[in-house]
Design a protein around this ligand. Structure first.
Ligand SMILES: *Cc1c(COP(=O)(O)O)cnc(C)c1O
Length: 461
């Protein structure tokens, strides 16, 4: 019997072949050589373990296959995604897309040195926060501000700085879990505070807070129940009432508003999102919110409030562990500047743009995409269907926004197969599967991607 291994090409031979030579140039010699070795090892063991004689591929076939396999494994894990899920602040997809102005600022500040902690007026060491503090105060009415890595960090740092070793009073209706790894009782424990639960799941009264406050109380904490709603017989204590109790006993009030609306979202059909400026106005000593939820900026946690508390917070050693870099500051500043004029914010901040776009516009775009997909051999039906977008990111969970989507039924492929192939493309595409159809909500698809989206479907057929 002829030795089947004799016909296998050597590693060097393969590296000299056209497709792999190209990859050595574009990827890296060692990576490609390792890939070739692994592929040949696999092939050898397949041949050795085969019960019947198997056809050994030719050297050029092997080279082709290694190239395809390497190309796939070299595809970046972090790559752009066309979001057809209709979830505007999809945490798995990186929450808010950034405006082009923010990205220009990131490039300008990121590519060189910048006055991150130097006051260019005096040449002296300054504070990192200065670049965004004044605009944050201007927009929220607060005296001072700080920025950290995210709102979870903001909560942990604030509690550690203001109430470490003391009790923090929270209503049982507000002990939230967000996205699994954020559970308020755990965050509180990490920051060295003792949780003092008051009230019940559905009802908490002012008297519950009143009777919980004593000399060990470090703060009263209000938390926006971002991702759930209690309906039926409910009773909550307003921020103003909490502030009254706090003032009476000399205990600060912290308000974690979560999403952090800087404009009234009611006009987009989303009611009940507390405005950061209202919290400040009602007397909260410290207000916490995310930069990448309703603000529509980069991932960060924003802390605003009374100067005496913000000073304590920024002087806590944890601040250093949670501080943000120059690129986040640059993107945040640029995003915040848009909010000086609500109309400007609506045309520049992508989140607000997606919310304020007209239904007719969305229907038209969905129609154009559907028409083109409907002509493809691989697609049985592509049509426009009314659907609902959602804010996501733990914001206003029960409110749905009317939208339009392209509903797609593939010809031969299964719907799951189509969804998987689209996720695998570059950029990846994510939709929702509903009734054996793939649904792509155009509200969250950036208009500049409409053509690319159709092209991706063409390459699948
Ligand atoms: C989302 C949210 C958080 C966590 O914010 P991240 O920026 O994701 O860390 C904390 N509290 C509330 C009320 C939230 O809605």
């Amino acid at each position: 019997m002829p030795n089947p291994f004799r016909n296998l090409p050597s590693v060097n031979q393969l590296l000299e072949s056209e497709p792999l030579k190209r990859m050595v140039d574009t990827v890296n010699h060692n990576v490609v050589a390792d890939g070739v070795r692994t592929f040949l090892d696999d092939l050898r063991s397949q041949v050795a373990n085969a019960t019947d004689e198997i056809a050994v591929p030719t050297p050029s076939e092997i080279a082709e296959r290694v190239a395809v396999w390497l190309e796939k494994s070299e595809q970046p894990v972090l790559r752009p995604v066309i979001n057809g899920t209709g979830i505007l602040l999809h945490t798995g997809l990186g929450r808010a897309p950034l405006s082009s102005e923010s990205l220009e600022a990131v490039t300008r500040i990121g590519e060189g040195y910048a006055s991150v902690e130097i006051d260019l007026d005096t040449g002296e060491r300054g504070q990192r926060i200065k670049s965004v503090e004044s605009i944050l105060c201007e927009l929220t009415g607060a005296e001072a501000a700080a920025v950290v890595n995210n709102n979870a960090a903001a909560t942990m740092l604030t509690l550690a700085a203001m109430a470490s070793g003391q009790e923090v009073v929270v209503s049982r209706g507000q002990l939230i879990e967000i996205g699994g790894s954020y559970r308020l009782p755990d965050v509180m424990e990490c920051s060295g505070c003792r949780l003092r639960e008051v009230g019940t799941t559905n009802k908490t009264h002012t008297s519950d807070y009143e009777s919980a406050v004593w000399e060990e109380t470090g703060a009263l904490l209000k938390v926006h129940p971002s991702n759930f709603e209690v309906v039926g017989f409910t009773q909550t204590v307003s921020l103003a009432e909490m502030v009254q109790i706090g003032r009476k006993h000399g205990v600060p009030v912290i308000d974690d508003v979560g999403s952090g609306a800087l404009v009234d979202f009611a006009k987009y059909g989303l009611a009940d999102e507390p405005l950061v400026s209202d919290s400040v106005k009602q007397g909260a000593d410290v207000v916490l919110f995310s930069g990448d939820k309703l603000v529509g900026g980069p991932q960060c946690g924003i802390i605003v409030g009374k100067a005496q508390y913000i000073n304590r917070i920024v002087q806590n050693p944890l601040m250093r562990a949670m501080r943000v870099g120059k690129m986040t500051l640059a993107a945040l500043k640029e995003t915040l500047l848009c909010y000086r004029d609500e109309e400007v914010a609506e045309t520049r901040v992508p989140l607000l743009k997606m919310l304020s776009v007209s239904s007719e516009n969305l229907k038209l775009r969905a129609g154009k995409i559907a028409d083109q997909l409907d002509h493809l051999d691989s697609i049985k039906v592509a049509e426009v269907v009314a659907c609902h977008s959602m804010l996501g990111g733990g914001s206003v969970p029960t409110q749905k926004i009317d939208s339009w989507c392209v509903s797609i039924e593939p010809e031969e492929m299964s719907v799951d197969g189509l969804a998987s192939a689209l996720r695998d493309s570059d950029p990846g595409v994510m939709g929702r599967i509903h009734n054996e159809r793939l649904m792509l909500d155009v509200r969250t698809v950036q208009p500049k991607h409409d053509i690319e989206l159709v092209k991706l479907f063409e390459t699948l057929s």
